[in-house]
Design a protein around this ligand. Structure first.
Ligand code: GTP
Ligand code: MG
Length: 557
């Protein structure tokens, strides 16, 4: 590929409008619906990880001439893709066509000479570009275009939504605005692959995989990076049977349980990340949580990272969500919208506590879509029924079997609009019998609640567990009350269409305003929203009732 093409590519991407017009949405829906062979979760992950292995992350001086930069790098081999972004400086992600180019680049990379301090000599694929002759290059006008890696603020989103023509278009616009971009996904896999290099210093055969919203189809720009250190290759789990009279076994240290082994491994890897990991800061080892993890910030990418190990069920639940997100365009649109609505009203929070989590909200949307007539998505038991022989998975005694080939699942006959679905979602949960019933996406039917937790959402794979065990009564009541308010707003005729040029937010935009209940609530007898002081009180209550380790980064409960 010529360098000119590459420059053009990165610039044209930048200029593409993020406001989605209806015809584009219709086209996208058609594309999704008619693609004969859609890739499975694992195939996609492997492709992305392989791409990442051929990539480097380069910190560039502010005025780097993109053309000269790419020409310089292409001396190591053909470049597939390159893009720039800002995060504590300007960075470039450069993907080569061949892995050998990385070795060549590293061969030509020097150790910085520094005074008063010393280098920790760990060579990674995070490097800095230095100008040998600063006067020379900086005189050329800068040609790098930086792509945005974070979500726009909610007030900008509200404005953008107010310019749409229909509520359906608003939901799609929200999804398009917030979803992870192609470049952001590349960056996520690259950070994951950089982490693998650190872990490989101890465990050369390990892999580090992504799970959670980075890969489940519901990731929003700026969401955290959930990683999983996979040692299956050396854990003995996948051991082959040997033939002949003898077998050689590795001698290994023994510990009391898998959990203890995971804690030991994460403890040393956490130490490694802290001591040697370039760009990794604020490392915390949270090893006593139900699902032990190492949490840190990766400064060059700006990602908040959670690294876990031995967490294969969470990978399965990411695969399941990915499957649901790929089945019908309405699934993602509704999940993104409900998550954004919940965040705007502080129903969810970035601080762990008695709040409903994004994961629980996603389960609630999935359950609701399973209950439509006809259903929009199948139940987990139905997906299990479609599983092939290679889809059988028993993890720690839990049946995690379901079909991995999306093409085997029939598309729905349901033609409801997103406007209808959103309104009915709020009505459904505004009237749901939370005190008696549990939400169960395996059966697609509510079941009697097995315990007294205010909100009970059965863990789809570890069935005796409740994924929303952390939620207290106050937080559930806030959710129900806001759902009722929002259903009521969407029923108002004046709220269903644009209110004229430059007019106030309408439809979904109105639902995202903090004062949603007042915006649409004039002159009708309806439940009064609690005053701000009450809301603050309930937030404090939730904080108080937050027990240590009741929630962790990947919240395995
Ligand atoms: P974000 O809020 O965008 O980060 O969504 P997320 O889905 O990535 O959630 P989070 O980072 O909290 O958790 C990562 C993954 O861990 C989820 O996607 C689930 O697969 C799993 N997970 C999170 N919370 C729970 C829980 O309460 N129970 C179980 N079983 N798994 C959970
Ligand atoms: Mg996450």
């Amino acid at each position: 590929k010529s360098i000119d093409n590459l420059c053009f590519k990165s610039q044209s991407k930048h200029s593409s409008s993020s406001v989605v017009v209806k015809s584009e949405i219709a086209q996208r829906k058609d594309q999704t619906d008619t693609t004969a062979e859609r890739k499975s979760f694992y195939v996609l992950q492997e492709e992305r990880l392989e791409q990442a292995e051929r990539s480097v992350l380069i910190n560039c001086p502010p005025k780097t001439n993109e053309k000269k930069f790419l020409k310089h790098l292409s001396s190591h081999g053909e470049i597939n893709t390159c893009f720039f972004y800002e995060s504590f400086g300007t960075y470039a992600v450069v993907e080569f066509s061949k892995k050998e180019s990385i070795a060549s680049l590293q061969d030509g990379t020097i150790i910085p000479s520094i005074q008063h301090e010393a280098n920790v000599p760990f060579k990674s694929r995070l490097v800095s570009l230095k100008l040998n002759n600063p006067g020379d290059l900086s005189s050329v006008p800068s040609s790098t275009q930086c792509l945005r890696q974070s979500a726009i603020p909610i007030n900008e989103l509200v404005q953008r939504l107010s310019g749409a023509d229909t509520i359906d278009q608003q939901l799609y616009t929200l999804t398009e605005t917030y979803q992870l971009t192609e470049d952001n996904v590349r960056l996520r896999f690259l950070v994951c692959s950089l982490l693998k290099d650190i872990a490989a210093a101890y465990f050369p055969e390990c892999t580090v995989k992504l799970f959670g919203s980075s890969v489940n189809g519901f990731g929003k720009l700026g969401c955290d990076l959930d990683m999983f250190l996979d040692l299956d290759g050396i854990s003995g789990r996948n051991s082959k049977k040997t033939v002949g009279p003898f077998t050689l076994e590795y001698q290994m240290k023994r510990v009391s349980s898998e959990r203890a082994a995971t804690q030991k491994i994460l403890s040393v890897i956490g130490e490694c990340i802290d001591q040697f990991g370039p760009g990794c800061v604020g490392v915390q080892k949270i090893l006593n949580a139900r699902c032990p993890l190492v949490r840190f910030a990766h400064q060059p990418s700006g990602f908040q990272c959670d690294l876990t190990a031995n967490n294969r069920i969470a990978i399965k639940s990411s695969e399941l969500l990915y499957l649901y997100s790929s089945l019908d365009v309405r699934v993602r649109a509704l999940v993104f919208t409900v998550r954004c609505w919940a965040r705007a009203h502080t129903i969810t929070s970035s601080i762990p506590g008695a709040w409903i989590t994004n994961f629980s909200l996603t389960m609630m949307v999935i359950f609701f879509l399973q209950k439509r007539d006809p259903p929009i998505i199948p139940t987990l038991d139905q997906l299990k029924g479609l599983a092939g022989a290679t889809d059988k998975h028993l993890i720690e005694g839990h049946d995690c079997t379901f079909v991995s080939n999306i093409n085997r699942i029939n598309t729905t006959e349901n033609t409801e609009t997103l406007e209808q679905l959103l309104k009915e979602f709020f009505e459904f949960y505004g009237n749901f019998s939370f005190s008696k019933m549990s939400i169960n996406i395996r059966k697609g039917k509510e079941q009697s609640k097995p315990d007294v937790s205010p909100l009970h959402i059965q863990n789809p794979f570890e069935q005796p567990l409740n994924v929303s065990k952390n939620v207290n009564q106050t937080q559930l009541e806030r959710f129900v009350s806001l759902a009722r308010d929002s259903a009521w707003i969407l029923q108002q005729d004046g709220m269903r269409h644009p209110l004229g040029a430059g007019a106030q937010p309408w439809g979904l935009a109105a639902l995202l305003l903090p004062s949603a209940s007042q915006t649409g609530g004039k002159g009708k007898k309806r439940r009064k929203r609690e005053p701000a002081s009450e809301r603050i009180k309930s937030l404090l209550e939730s904080l108080k009732s937050n027990k240590p380790n009741s929630v962790n980064g990947n919240g395995k409960r």
